[in-house]
Design a protein around this ligand. Sequence first.
Ligand SMILES: Nc1ncnc2c1ncn2[C@@H]1O[C@H](COP(=O)(O)OP(=O)(O)O)[C@@H](O)[C@H]1O
Ligand SMILES: [Mg+2]
Length: 362
Amino acid sequence: MFISEICIDGFRNLEDVNYIPVKGINVLVGNNAQGKTNFLEAIYLLSSGSSFRIGQDKDLIRFGQDRFSIRAVYNYLDKQYSIALQYTLGKRKQLTINNKKHTLFQDRLVTTIFTPDDLFLIKGSPQRRRVFLDNLLKHLSLEYKTCSENYEHLLTRRNAILRSYPVNPTMLKAVDEVFSTTAAQVVLARLNLIKLLDEVILQFFKLLGGTESLRLKYALSFPLPSGRIKLDSIKDSIAENLLANHTRELQRKTTLIGPHRDDINFYLDEKNARIFASQGQQRNIVVALKMAELEVFYRIRGTYPIFLLDEVLAELDINRRRIMLSLLQDSPFQTFLTSVDISLFSNINGKIIGLEQGRLLD
Ligand SMILES: Nc1ncnc2c1ncn2[C@@H]1O[C@H](COP(=O)(O)OP(=O)(O)O)[C@@H](O)[C@H]1O
Ligand SMILES: [Mg+2]
């Protein structure tokens, strides 16, 4: 998919922005605090409905004003859509596609964002790696989105039961049946996704100069006999392990088994990258993972998401930066990237736009 027009007004410091992107690379250049990240945030918001930054919706409105609007025209496979997100203080955000409120999941604008923060994905908390998987899966399948939301509800309910005193065994038993089933659905979808990512990541890692073997593995919070990657077996294992950990759960007053405790491990030459890889190697893995994410999305949905890169290139060494730029240049997807340094893009084939105090320069 690609965006052919974008208009932003009253969003953060952006004023009266009308931009016609190219299908390839779009580079937003400007000094600090001119609105580059805000521009990417606006596109991200169109696709996801909420920001990747912390804060409340009202913070998104330009200081002193009471509304913002973000509009775009995009192509999804061979159809064209217009999408608009409007927000007025005191009201709910309103998202429309082709002027209609109800939106089809299949045709929604999808973005993948890559910020310097992501470069710490390998070293960061397991929670961040789970969020990475979940975000991708939610974009890939509405069924997964529902399932993962159900799981969050069930987990909250189950934890509330475990915190109550005395714990009601009948209530716990009733939740456990549906909890194990839903947990197994989440786990199975994640295992399948990891398998796909694992299949495609190595080619990108090699392109970035990696010489080692690179494997991704899903780390379960409970033992699953090998070769039993089927919904029923996963469900049975979760149920069995809940029972086996019953006393520990009563002591800790929280659910110890399930996808909320799982993790992803990366192995370089069969050694855990979190422990053994250098910072440079870890960065390479993350860049390759992001490229793999786009590729997997394409394999499943038949089109690429829009790729948003916030200042990432500046974080890479010259060699990696050159490779990454040529990868993006030759890619079939649309990229928006930001930088303070225009000299990084002297030879690129793309569109460079200046941004100053929230306005595009001609
Ligand atoms: N709601 C808002 N209204 C007006 N300006 C805002 C708002 N939120 C953030 N800003 C301003 O946006 C600027 C930061 O923009 P940002 O896109 O992060 O900069 P950069 O170009 O460095 O990526 C800051 O000057 C900040 O004060
Ligand atoms: Mg920025």
